[in-house]
Design a protein around this ligand. Structure first.
Ligand code: SF4
Length: 285
């Protein structure tokens, strides 16, 4: 897939593959801190040759792990056992799905993306995801298909639950809505459509201080494929490494240095703080 809204410009031609040494540095940091959650994203992180090993290592340490999954990866050769593996290792899955319309999803994500995603969700349900009492969380994540803010997360979640159950027999736990960030492929799309100025104005005009209190840079640290550190995934895309004297590489990580540290910000941050807010867990206010 090579989605039009992708802020990290991910796609089949991607060459950024985290090497084992960087995973090992991450494990070293986990062993020396009380960080409780590892959140893995891509591209398609499941395609990394060290993915299965790393998930097992994190689980062996008793930590919670999240896989941000594009769903269609379940159809790739060699990924046949992925749903069972994720379930056995109690990996929380946050799966991206553009919308409930096949036409709209395929337009944004590529031909066949919708039907493959539906099939993948059925498979995740079949191995226990979102089934009551199983403890296997399956959340969906979506973002608007144009230059506007997401609709109300709770009402969308209710609607999606009804439609996906009714049409495809799919269940899931929560729906997370994300605001499109004015970076990466989405920024190019805004420019091409001459929508950058009105979109940025919409973000500025919708600034919500309550939403700012829940942004992910306040409680996460982003590690890129080479081991460099960022306050968030969006800063990673803009190559805005952690700053203000902080160690910029995982091999030099020092937990104390990051306590109360100053976050690198820019105009793109208005994407996280507009309206109901937007972060790795959806709306923040
Ligand atoms: S884009 Fe800005 S506000 Fe959003 S998480 Fe990153 S640093 Fe924080």
């Amino acid at each position: 897939m090579s989605c039009k809204h992708c802020h990290v410009n991910a796609g089949p031609g991607g060459k950024a593959i985290m090497p084992r040494e960087v995973f090992e540095e991450c494990l070293r940091v986990l062993d020396s801190t009380s960080i409780p959650v590892v959140d893995i994203t891509g591209g398609a992180p499941e395609l990394n040759p060290h993915f299965l090993w790393f998930v097992k290592e994190v689980r062996r340490r008793g930590l919670h792990i999240i896989d941000r999954c594009n769903l269609t990866v379940l159809h790739e050769t060699g990924q046949e056992g992925l749903p069972e593996f994720l379930a056995e290792n109690e990996v929380e899955v946050i799966a991206s799905l553009t919308g409930l319309s096949e036409q709209q999803t395929d337009a944004q994500r590529g031909q066949g993306a919708f039907s493959k995603s539906i099939e993948a969700l059925n498979r995740l349900n079949d191995v226990g995801y979102a089934q009551p009492g199983r403890g296997l969380e399956l959340h969906l994540i979506t973002n608007p298909s144009g230059a506007f803010l997401p609709a109300n997360q709770e009402s969308m979640e209710q609607h999606w639950k009804e439609v996906l159950l009714d049409r495809f027999d799919i269940i899931f736990n929560r729906l997370y809505t994300l605001t499109n960030m004015p970076i990466g492929r989405y920024l190019s799309w805004l420019r091409a459509k001459d929508l950058l100025s009105p979109y940025m104005k919409k973000l500025y005009d919708s600034f919500n201080p309550d939403a700012a209190r829940g942004v992910m840079c306040l409680f996460t640290l982003s590690v890129d494929w080479q081991g460099y550190l960022y306050d968030c995934d969006f800063n990673q895309m803009l190559d805005l490494k952690v700053n203000h004297g902080l160690p910029t590489h995982i091999k030099d990580f020092n937990h104390e240095a990051f306590r109360g540290s100053i976050i690198e910000t820019g105009a793109h941050c208005y994407g996280c703080t507009a309206g109901s807010g937007s972060s790795c867990g959806g709306a923040t206010a």
